[in-house]
Design a protein around this ligand. Sequence first.
Ligand SMILES: Nc1ncnc2c1ncn2[C@@H]1O[C@H](COP(=O)(O)OP(=O)(O)OP(=O)(O)O)[C@@H](O)[C@H]1O
Ligand SMILES: [Mg+2]
Length: 260
Amino acid sequence: MALFEAIGVRKSFGGVEALRGVDFAVEEGEIVGLMGDNGAGKSTLVKMICGAYRPDAGRLRMDGVPVTFRSPRDAAQRGVAVVYQTLGLVDQRDVATNVFLGQEPRRFGFVDARRMRREAREVLDTLRIRIPSVRLPVGGLSGGQRQCVAIARAVHQGGRLVLLDEPTAALGPEQQANVLRLVADLKAQGKAVVVVSHNVDHVLAVADRVVVMRGGLVSGVLEVAGTSAAEIVGLILGDRAAAALDPAGALHETTRGVNR
Ligand SMILES: Nc1ncnc2c1ncn2[C@@H]1O[C@H](COP(=O)(O)OP(=O)(O)OP(=O)(O)O)[C@@H](O)[C@H]1O
Ligand SMILES: [Mg+2]
């Protein structure tokens, strides 16, 4: 049985239909790569799964039971952790506070800052994230470091389902490899992971399945074991793939474009 399922979900923003009837499922111990061109609806689906948006139509099920999330906090309490594309960090606060955001350890009613800093350091070390001090405000960190703090928070929340929206986009090669290793670790712990990515190589490296979206619909679901970068890119591009598949090798260029 799927840990989490979305069935026929729809979401519009004014006149824009971001999701036009999407079916999506992820199992325990499975990594799903969610791919698709800009504006395909990936982030909207992620926000639907983590309780930030309510579907206009369709249903969500967790362990086969219908669920309605009132808020991301509600979803988090039921085991859905998320790292948004925009990260959702509080720039003025330090690294430790951001790792714990909303779940700060307390002692006699006050935030236990020492314990929070110690545990935040442990989380970062476990994830092999290199940040000089957990007392630094995250606003001053590099893009990659900020990304890592956001991931550390999601991992620390301890969800059964972890949603990562473009977790490697802002990272250098070493940190990218770190994040991919982290994703594999989550799977090894039996968690379900959804990774949104434009990088076909990353998805092929870690995912079990690839779900490709186009224009607010799922255009294909592929087992990684039986697919290729070219097949995935073909699904991402849809009609435009035919034009890209000319003998001049345009597909190669296109693949690089998607691999940004
Ligand atoms: N809050 C919003 N208000 C209005 N339109 C929105 C909103 N969120 C998303 N959309 C629209 O819905 C569509 C899907 O957007 P979404 O962010 O889900 O795409 P995406 O696949 O994550 O793209 P990207 O790869 O660029 O991150 C787009 O046309 C977008 O403009
Ligand atoms: Mg997005």
